[in-house]
Ligand binder design. Sequence first.
Ligand code: 3H9
Length: 720
Amino acid sequence: MARYTRIPGSLALITLTNPPVNALSIAVRQGIIDTMSRALSDPEVKGVVLCGENRKFCGGADIREFAGPMKGPHLVPTFDSIEAAEKPVVAAIEGVALGGGLELALACHYRIAHVKARLGLPEVTLGLLPAAGGTQRLPRLIGVPAALDLITTGRHVSAQEALKLGIVDRVTDGDAREVAAELARSVSAERPLALPRLSAQPTPRPPDLDALLEAAMAQVRRRARGALAPVACVQAVAAAANLPYGQGMRKESELMDTLFGSGQARALQYCFFSQRAVGKWSMPSGARWDNSAPRPVRKAAVIGLGTMGRGIVVAFARAGIPVVAVEMDAKQLEAGSQAVAGMLERDAARRGAESALGLVRYAADLRDLREVDLVVEAVFEDLALKRQVFGELSTACEPDTLLCSNTSSLDLDQLAAAVRRPELVVGMHFFAPAHVMKLLEVVCGPRSAPAAVATVMQLGKRLGKVSVAVGSCPGFVGNRMLMPYLRQASFLLEEGASPEQVDGALEEFGFPMGVFRMSDMSGLDVGWRVRKELGLTGPGVAPGEPARSRQGSRYCPLADLLCEQGRLGQKTGSGWYLYDGPGGQEARPDPWMRGFLEEYRSLHGLRARPIGQQEVLERCLYALTNEGFRVLEDGMAAGPEDVDVIYVVGYSWPAHTGGPMFHAAAVGLPAVLDRLEHYHRAHPDVPELQPSPLLRKLVAMGSPPIHKWREVIKGIHSQL
Ligand code: 3H9
């Protein structure tokens, strides 16, 4: 699907037509071949302009086609023939030129970009590399260091940055097609006609090339944490630097062959589609959420200017939504407004845009909330206080204002009970820092109205978040699943492991930080306070027997003991690790910890045993996944994709394994069940190791593929 139009100046305009992003499907590839051959064989046509329908150049190869064997014409010879054309071909880039879309533009002789266009080679994020010549043409155009940066990170660049890097020849705020046509016309009149062809150019070789490539490889291996594609990207760019074009292309194709069928590519592509699909399905139970029309949010308010509130205010302002920031404590208001101003200014400087500070208004009480469409309450995590705020909001706002809470642990329905219209109460669980973290759990209480949920889901997207609808249960979805994971990690310490051993195994799996380094960073006192509130700490720490919580199940008080000693993590200079003083960043194993653990084990009659990496991974990860199955069973998430998106986007679960549920499916559900049964036999007092009924059911059904699980779950719910 490509449209051929003759335009003034003896030119042909070829328009890719495959909305929404003009992906290079079989029909588009064939369309490019047919229209290009028509343009080149027509003696009346002196030059060609390539563009995309709806002012979007091209979003790259059609990722949906990757699920099966590649059919139809290949991109490489198609692009080679464009480059070889004896008439100037100019790409008019509007909207996006990503992946194969940018590779198509690189095969053209010139590139014009609209000022708002975004360009990039994001294949690495799909477990692939730019294998339509991108790894060979881009280094020839912009040099090895810049090409490495773009190809190994997959980041998008603005038109201005693309101009600076030399990717595009000109940037316009007018019609890119007209500027491209003008260029094609003037070049076609030149004699002799010397068209720039990237494949014929040498890659610039800096004098320290070998050292540069070596350093890039070391950095990528460190950051990739087991992901294959970034490493292959460096190898392909090295080939561009060291080999002639033809040989470099062979290397690019070999590397792509190994990546294309890999489990990592499948997992990353599953992540891509899952992130776009969440929010499109209704929850099987527990919450009412359908495709009701969202209401417009023209103006918002945030109550509370603590850390979370400040981040939420910034997120609103940056999205262009006027926001009233309410803080009753004068000191906190002063500190909060300064912090918000600083964050918005830094953000504006980074984006080269104007600060959105003008959209923020501050208030010391709830008097000014008549015009707002939605309020986010972000006061201290205390049920009585939040209920009081909700009661006051209910009278201060218009009756149809949406009242949202940023609570991470409280029962949403108890907050809804404090207002006049409980159906307008929805949870917005942001993650800290709220203006940076991409995940938003949209918590649907049993009384939340579908239109209210739909409004918040859409608002999340406007704020640049990935919004996932979840049911209201303790910990919602993300933190609920985290609990068993954290518990297993600390039981492993009781049984003989060290913090660095547990963290090492998890980091090798692909987490940027293990459990203990992570809790040192966030502060051990956060969880301590919650456990105290839940009544978990204290009793059962009797000498001579394993600790138990008040509820009778196994309980590990090690973190509480550290807190009692003032070891709260990085901020106090020690926690599970030792740091260079309070606020230190680098975690070092603490020799003290060994003695502390030995003493603790002997006090409780626990004998240390050697614990392997496999046990660490299976116990921590499968306990978390098992809770994921329970979440699905309880109808607290719409499907496994939702759970996986929450973990990959919000909890740094390594994307190249797809997320906890996808990972379990890839390992094989019978194997996961078998290991959980094994560990539950060994630890019958640990309920999270008892396999969930849904996992058993799926195994009994022959382990259907992950996209079929929702049907199974629906079946379970319809029988209830
Ligand atoms: C590649 O090019 C390989 C080559 O180097 C070599 C091959 C040999 N294909 O994100 P949105 C769908 S790999 C198929 O919500 P936005 C998407 O699923 C490719 N479908 O919109 C969604 O469908 P639905 C490298 C695609 O405005 C709809 O379009 N390219 C593709 O927020 C709207 O998407 C990339 O990695 C595709 N390529 O963002 C770019 N792209 O409505 C991937 C989108 O049914 N795409 N869809 O849910 C993106 O990053 C964003 O979609 C984009 C638009 C920025 C373009």
